[in-house]
Ligand binder design. Structure first.
Ligand SMILES: [Cu+2]
Length: 141
């Protein structure tokens, strides 16, 4: 027999076996393979994720001499607040009580952290390394 005849026989056996397994019992649990999810190629550019209106509203807070300067600020909803560590020691910006609203990475000298406030409210924060360092962000509509 030719190679192709053998291939056809093998295919028939596989198909027949599969058909048998699928139809031998209507009451058994048939485990079907999950429908493959189409692969979506993400081609959006990084700038597409940020709303242009948000980047127009920024506020800078300096961390210097173990203080947030200014310590209390009032900004409007959508403002991006950036803390920059101008001290020679590491600081850590953490919303009260446990950073559930925002939390920076550990900020070494010269490093900064930004957070965009999308909801109105009063947000108290502190430095987890130096608990005496506190600040307040008032976000208004
Ligand atoms: Cu600190």
């Amino acid at each position: 027999m030719s190679k192709y005849t053998w291939i056809i026989i093998v295919v028939i056996i596989i198909l027949g076996g599969g058909y048998y397994l699928m139809t031998r019992s209507n009451t058994s649990t048939v485990v079907t393979a999950p429908t493959p999810t189409p692969v979506v190629q993400i081609t959006t550019s990084p700038t597409a994720t940020a709303s242009p209106t948000l980047t127009n509203k920024t506020f800078n807070i300096s961390i210097s001499n173990f203080s947030f300067v200014p310590a209390t600020v009032t900004v409007s909803v959508g403002t991006k607040v950036t803390w920059t560590n101008n001290d020679s020691v590491t600081h850590h910006v953490v919303s009260n009580p446990n950073g559930n609203v925002f939390m920076s990475q550990l900020l070494a000298t010269g490093q900064n952290y930004s957070f965009i406030f999308t909801k109105a409210g009063t947000f108290n924060y502190h430095c987890s390394i130096h608990p005496s360092m506190t600040g307040i962000i008032n976000v208004i509509e």
